[in-house]
Design a protein around this ligand. Structure first.
Ligand code: HSE
Length: 438
């Protein structure tokens, strides 16, 4: 049988990794897929021919990505350019030309996935995106297929390797934020715009996809709450550790009676949880299903070969399905297209979590009582309090409090009242906290 012909868009970190994997493991991949797979046509704007020739076998290379998606020989287009445009136009054109698409582009799927999947459905082609979330971890397959029996309750994931690398290095080695970020960029983990990593936008793209797959709702990136790690201070990392917690940048999506929570923010989690010990550039996704209980998926969330592993697995899936009835394939968003729900995504004010608070208060009798009084009046229950010794000659002391769960709006109203007290100095640091109990 003729080999399946691939059109590859992008020969950067992941594109190069994909050529390497398809070449190096060609024999075994063909045994799994049932056909040989050949990269017949690739597009790249600026590349080093020596590097590309060293990676493996590519038929032709062009600078014009549209020439690849319009090439009648091509069966499957792999989009590894990233970003919104021209990736979106290229993917839609490939679909219009009746080609299947494999992409690692989380921004594209999170923002334009609804339109892209509708176009693919119409044309009877597949758009596969395993590599878009958590790199090499097969979390899309787990949610869409392995956990299909479950009512998913919640997901909590470390889904940005760069952010996790930064938090880990800051905690373990006391390294500087900027210095660690520069290293992540050098290693090829960081996004083209690294604020996407540190401000949580990359994680929010991925969480948007996970939330849709878990709960059968359309992709709604604009409703995902996002808070980055750039304001996390070394002292909060240290206080959290003293109290038995670690700070991780988590993407959390949860089903509640009122709606669906979708949020990315720094989070205190008990240090004994397996996911609290996922360090460096590694990713992990904890999924709680009603039948299976908690399940944890761990692996490399970025990098050339791990991401290529997911890209090529999608290619194998598409090749296996080439002759199947388009209406009986695994649905793009796990639920049948006509079965998506309109359950609302909750605004962050409506979300209920526990909190870590750090405030700077005057070291004088009655101050703690005034603060605790306000929390009490707002119905917020305190779980733990820690006061540090005042530094030599200092009149103010750091005061750390852990609270029980309360709605964000209620907490914000209490904090505004506490910040207005004469005895409290500056802004209060507020970090959300989750137990992640199975
Ligand atoms: N910048 C991303 C990360 C790459 O650091 O996880 C994978 O999406």
């Amino acid at each position: 049988m003729e080999p399946v012909k691939i059109g590859l868009l992008g020969l950067g970190t992941v594109g190069g990794g994909t050529v390497t994997v398809l070449t190096r493991n060609a024999g075994e991949i063909a045994r799994r897929a049932g056909r040989d797979i050949h990269i017949a046509h690739a597009a790249a704007r600026a590349y080093d021919p020596e590097r590309i020739n060293g990676l493996g076998d590519i038929g032709r290379i062009t600078e014009d990505a549209f020439a690849v998606v319009d090439d009648p020989e091509i069966d499957i287009v792999i989009e590894l350019i990233g970003g919104y445009s021209p990736a979106k136009e290229l993917v839609l054109q490939a679909i219009a030309n009746g080609k299947h698409v494999v992409t690692a582009n989380k921004a594209l799927i999170a923002m334009h996935g609804n339109e892209i999947f509708a176009a693919a459905q119409e044309k009877g082609v597949t758009v596969a995106f395993e590599a878009a979330v958590a790199g090499g971890i097969p979390i899309i397959k787990a949610l869409r297929e392995g956990l299909a029996a479950n009512h998913i309750e919640w997901i909590a994931g470390i889904i940005n390797g760069t952010g996790n690398f930064i938090l880990t290095e800051m905690r373990d080695k006391g390294r500087d934020f900027a210095d660690v970020l520069a290293e992540a960029q050098q290693l090829g983990y960081a996004e083209a715009d690294p604020t996407f990593d540190v401000e949580g936008i990359d994680a929010a793209h991925k969480l948007t996809i996970l939330g849709s797959l878990a709960f059968g709702i359309p992709l709604q990136f604009d409703k995902t709450f996002t808070e980055g790690i750039s304001k996390i201070e070394a002292q909060d990392v240290a206080f959290a550790a003293e109290l038995g917690y670690r700070i991780k940048h988590l993407g959390i999506t949860r089903r509640t009676d009122a709606g669906i929570e979708m949020r990315v923010h720094p989070t205190l989690i008990p240090h004994r949880r397996l996911i609290a010990n996922v360090d460096g550039v590694m990713n992990a996704v904890l999924v709680k299903g009603d039948a299976v209980g908690p399940t944890l998926y761990y692996g490399a969330g970025a990098g050339a070969l791990p991401t290529a592993s997911a890209v090529v697995a999608d290619v194998v899936d598409v090749v296996r399905a080439l002759t199947s009835d388009p209406n009986n394939r695994v649905p793009h968003l796990a639920f049948q297209p006509g079965e998506l729900a309109d359950t609302p995504v909750l605004p962050i004010d409506e979300v209920e979590t526990a909190y870590y608070l750090r405030l700077t208060a005057l070291d004088r009798p009655g101050v703690m009582a005034a603060i605790a009084g306000i929390l009490g009046e707002e119905g917020i229950s305190i779980e733990a309090i820690k006061q540090k010794e005042p530094a030599e000659g200092e009149t103010h002391v750091p005061l750390i409090m852990l609270t029980h769960r309360v709605k964000e709006a209620r907490m914000n109203s209490a904090l505004a009242r506490i910040e207005a007290l004469d005895s409290v100095h500056g802004d209060i640091v507020k970090i959300r906290m989750e137990g992640l109990e199975g």
